[in-house]
Write a protein that binds this ligand. Sequence first.
Ligand code: FAD
Ligand code: GLY
Length: 412
Amino acid sequence: MRNVGELPESADVVVVGGGVIGLAVARELARGGAEVLLVERGEAGAESSWAAAGMLAPQVEADAADEFFRRAAGSPDAYPDFARELEEESGISVELDQTGTLYLAFDEADEAECARRFRWQTRAGLPVERLTASEVRALEPRVSARVRSALRFPLDGQVENRLLVAALVKACARRGVRIVTRTEVGAIKVEAGRATGIETARGTTHASSVVVACGAWSSRLRLDTSHAHGGGSTNRVESSCNGVDVDAPARPHIEPVRGQILCFAHAASSPQSPIVRHVVYSPRGYLVPRRDGRLLAGTTTEHVGFDKSLTGEGRETILTHAREIAPDVDALVLSDAWAGLRPRGADAWPVLGALADVPNLFYATGHYRNGILLAPLTGALVAAMILQRGATSPLLEAFTPERFRRASSCAV
Ligand code: FAD
Ligand code: GLY
């Protein structure tokens, strides 16, 4: 594999990881005047950000008006401006679609779930509508005749996440972010309680701040503290934590959660009209129509480590749930399938902010099922924190990596 781009000797900020989160943070930092280096192990945006379904669906995916929902996912308002600016900067449309999403009920249990969601979402002041079966079929004539009722979330929608990544790469380059691909960061150097740069097989780069945006791999990135003995850091992991470097600062634990997607296309001989126009969910699966005619069907949530394989069982499950929503899926041809690893923290909330004992080492990870949705918000929050040297907000306090340390002195 050929490395792409020269590693500079130094940068104000090094962002490790070129998914949608690393790119969004890098772009905002450059907008604020920082000299930014982004280092990506493979190609930019080729992991979870590529595998995603691109839904901007905080309301349809949330189970309760919890802290996470109230503070972050409840405010997707940033997207129209974000999409417009990216298009201006890159010339690429991210295909922002705000048609709304539907959540269908097929049996009594689903209807009870719809009623519960309707109650807590209206109580939280969110726009949500109840639809009868005939109203659903008037909006989407090809959903199953078995549908009993539905919710409509008029503010939810989608973007084409692969175009989003392409637009972010161009926008970053235009704003002067230096992007180096096919270069794995082996470790972050930590000396005397400060991150001083990154180590790669191609050499080191010094930095005033480092951002870890490695998605599902964020906890795998080593902190090299071999120069740090006698440094001024506090709160180190206790030696009683089995298997953890006793001298390493406590870090958030991010777990990979596999999601498989099936992608359908129209058979050449059949009518090319879309099966659905909205993003359509049931409690068991979803369909996402793309502008180019493809239809995505998802998904699985599997705790299988760093394995991105597709499985027969995953395919059957997704197919069953897709057919339940719209039996006409059987008239399409399966044109592609893929899997990605969602980055999940212990409480499934994003992990944003610096480590208390390495205050210039920032995490921007753990976005789990909502990284596409939360990219603009994350970019703005993390860049502000770095550029304004410690700027904080209730949001950042809720997402600080330190919350895990508070919960447990060891298993962070
Ligand atoms: P990634 O995109 O995985 O990027 C991390 C990058 O870090 C990778 O490119 C990797 O190569 C790089 N890296 C790792 N280690 C190193 C290293 N040591 N050195 C250099 N580079 C390194 N979210 C939504 O909002 N809406 C959706 O509809 C949606 N659907 C999804 C469907 C599926 C099937 C999946 C899998 C995810 C979905 N998500 C969705 C979640 C979303 O994809 C993620 O939350 C988001 O992409 C995370 O972005 P990221 O940049 O943190 O991670
Ligand atoms: N947000 C959709 C998914 O994670 O599958």
